[in-house]
Ligand binder design. Structure first.
Ligand SMILES: Cc1cc2nc3c(=O)[nH]c(=O)nc-3n(C[C@H](O)[C@H](O)[C@H](O)COP(=O)(O)O)c2cc1C
Length: 213
């Protein structure tokens, strides 16, 4: 799922009327670029909403580590709460909110696990201590004390020494494949602009609908 050319962002999307964009990927790429210039940190932070076995929604922040026409990718512990929820109900909603731009983007669609190769490549790019942390943290499970966690980190640090740190079997990523992407931008007196792109399935054309704010 990586055979994708980089997404070009036409200049007019920054200077012109975004509600006339004919597809969402270039528009998102442009907004992310602007957010990267204006946010003091983590312009790629997004909320990921899932549901538990009872259908009760759950939500938490993650960092988006990949974006192309195939979807939005983040990495996590597959044994975490979100990992189990997505295994059970493989669909999610994402939310980006950029305070400096006063804009939000909402994404909905099915979730799939990234390929082993993608997960390996991203894991290998992480700082050494982050890779050790991925082994030491039983994400979302009860932890008796900070000390117990620090001991686990020390144990894995000693175990791996200066050698290669393989990707833990429980650590991978999810790709959310958008069926729906909504762009919202602040306008004076709450007369905001909202457009939503929808498609039945990947590869099919997008429809664009303007919504009342
Ligand atoms: C800005 C920010 C970025 C985060 N990025 C990630 C991430 O990329 N992956 C991840 O597993 N947790 C990330 N977290 C932690 C999650 O919000 C969450 O606490 C953790 O994944 C456990 O969630 P769960 O119990 O619902 O599985 C981040 C938290 C914040 C505040």
């Amino acid at each position: 799922m990586t055979d994708n050319p980089p997404i070009e962002h036409p200049v007019w999307l920054t200077t012109g009327d975004f509600t006339q964009a004919d597809e969402p990927f270039a528009l998102f790429a442009g907004w992310l670029k602007e957010a990267t210039a204006s946010e003091s940190r983590d312009p790629n932070a997004m909320a990921v909403a899932t549901v538990d076995a009872d259908g009760l929604p759950d939500v938490r922040m993650v960092l988006m580590k990949g974006f192309d026409r195939n979807g939005f990718v983040f990495y996590t512990n597959m044994e975490s709460t979100k990992g189990h929820q997505l295994a059970e109900a493989p669909r999610a909603a994402l939310l980006f909110h950029w305070k400096t731009l006063n804009r939000q983007v909402r994404v909905r669609g099915p979730a799939e696990v990234v390929t082993e190769a993608e997960a390996d490549a991203y894991f290998a790019s992480r700082a050494r201590l982050s890779r050790i942390g991925a082994w030491a943290s039983k994400q979302s499970q009860p932890l008796e004390s900070r000390l117990a966690f620090e001991k686990a980190v020390a144990l894995y640090t000693a175990k791996f020494g200066t050698g290669t740190i393989p990707r833990p079997p429980h650590w991978s990523g999810f790709r959310i494949i958008p069926h729906e992407i909504e762009f919202w931008a602040d306008r004076p007196f709450r007369l905001h602009d909202r457009i939503v792109f929808r498609r039945e399935r990947p590869g099919e054309p997008w429809t664009r609908t303007r919504l009342y704010p």
